[in-house]
Design a protein around this ligand. Structure first.
Ligand code: PAD
Ligand code: ZN
Length: 367
């Protein structure tokens, strides 16, 4: 039962504006689900697909941070029904591989290295790819049942969308990867949707101080709204400013939420001896970060990345949703702009400029 054609924002080549096209969303296979997308956040990883940082297959429908309503289920789908509200999971673990069996679903072999997967065809007959197997900048998508997490229908679609990437990633980096404890000092570099969610995670974990860093001074009110106790403009010598706010030692945990070699270095230098440096930002393979052997020895720091918040989306999205619904986690400051699919290129421009936090692309209930 195809609902016919729908609209999707297609990236045909790197560094070119997205184009809204008519797509013929395919029939659902037995294990698949058709979802009517209602809200999709624009994440820096979408931008990284077209600015040369990541290497997707083109043409690609971007978008992976989204929520919607189940429109149709395949014959063997057992856990979802039409009308369910769902959040997309861009790294659905297989539950059978070496990592999954060791409780590391974010390292699942089946999703390792997946940037794009085959998507729907345009009405003109052109095959497309879907960003991270989702391609949510579209009115409708067809995905596997495992790519969806059912959520309480009381959760607004915009906030639900954010749980699918920014919040799971940012809060997970603090809570799961770094396991920040009450009273730990934390510094977060880069205050987009991911970094601001890390700030929220630090507040939730009882960290103090929570030092937020960005090149844009206008991020300070947003950072404070999410729980930052201090703000450092990247115009200042950042590592020095962080050490000054942490008894001269450096922070117990630093989080790099940008994906640049220079800010990874700063995050390293801003951590205390024996501290943890968590790399959340995704940089390119053409760049390098240097560490000299003596400093590696001397500072005794731990340097590690965090992938999708080192989380299990099937479990953690529900937990985060319940915190929002209980009024204990306010994610509303993260949404600074709203647009329709036609406004998607402006959202990418804002992200290039580091302006605001998340833009949510909103879709009507039915076409
Ligand atoms: P964003 O573009 O919304 O925010 C980036 C922020 O960094 C902006 O506020 C910029 O002003 C700021 N910034 C830029 N340069 C500097 C600098 N030199 N010093 C300080 N601040 C600076 O991005 P986002 O929050 O959507 O994503 C952040 C990164 O996280 C990005 O690399 C993205 O690809 C990555 C990501 N990682 C995962 C994961 O699983 N690890 C998941 C999703 C996204
Ligand atoms: Zn993302």
């Amino acid at each position: 039962m195809s609902t016919g054609t729908t609209r999707a924002a297609l990236a045909r080549k790197p560094d070119e504006p997205l184009e809204t096209v008519e797509v013929d969303c395919r029939e659902v296979d037995p294990g698949e689900v058709r979802v009517r997308v209602r809200a999709a956040g624009v994440c820096h990883s979408d931008l990284s697909m077209v600015n040369g940082t990541l290497s997707p297959q083109f043409p690609v429908v971007l978008g992976h941070e989204a929520a919607g309503v189940v429109a149709e289920i395949g014959d063997s789908v057992s856990e979802l029904s039409a009308g369910d509200h769902v959040v997309f999971n861009w790294a659905p673990p297989c539950r059978r591989c070496w990592h999954c069996l060791r409780d590391e679903p974010w390292l699942c072999t089946a999703v390792e290295g997946v940037v794009t997967a085959p998507g729907c065809d345009t009405v003109a007959g052109e095959s497309t790819y879907a960003c991270l197997g989702i391609g949510a900048f579209a009115e409708e998508v067809v995905v596997t049942e495992e790519s969806l997490v059912r959520v309480d229908p009381d959760l607004p679609f915009d906030v639900a969308a954010l749980l699918g990437c920014a919040v799971l990633t940012g809060m997970g980096a603090v809570r799961n990867t770094a396991a920040v404890r009450p009273g730990d000092s934390v510094a977060i570099l880069g205050l987009g949707g991911i970094g601001l969610s890390a700030v929220a995670g630090a507040r939730w974990s009882g960290a103090n101080p929570i030092i937020a860093v960005d090149v844009r001074a206008d991020k300070e009110p947003l950072a404070r709204a999410m729980g930052a106790t201090d703000f450092v403009s990247a115009e200042e010598p950042v590592a020095k400013a962080i050490r000054k706010l942490t008894g001269g030692r450096g922070a117990d945990h630093t989080f790099e939420c940008i994906g640049r070699p220079d800010t990874i270095r700063t995050a390293w230098q801003a951590a205390r001896r024996g501290g943890q440096v968590v790399i959340v930002g995704v940089g390119g393979r053409a760049e390098t970060v240097s560490f000299n052997p003596l400093e590696l020895f001397h500072f005794n720091r731990t340097l590690r990345s965090s992938i999708y918040g080192d989380s299990d989306p099937a479990r953690d999205i529900g937990t985060l949703a319940s915190l929002v619904l209980a009024g204990r986690l306010d994610l509303s400051p993260l949404i600074t702009h709203r647009a329709t699919l036609d406004g998607i290129n402006d959202a990418f421009e804002r992200m290039r400029a580091g302006e605001g936090a998340r833009t949510i692309i909103e879709f009507p209930a039915s076409a």
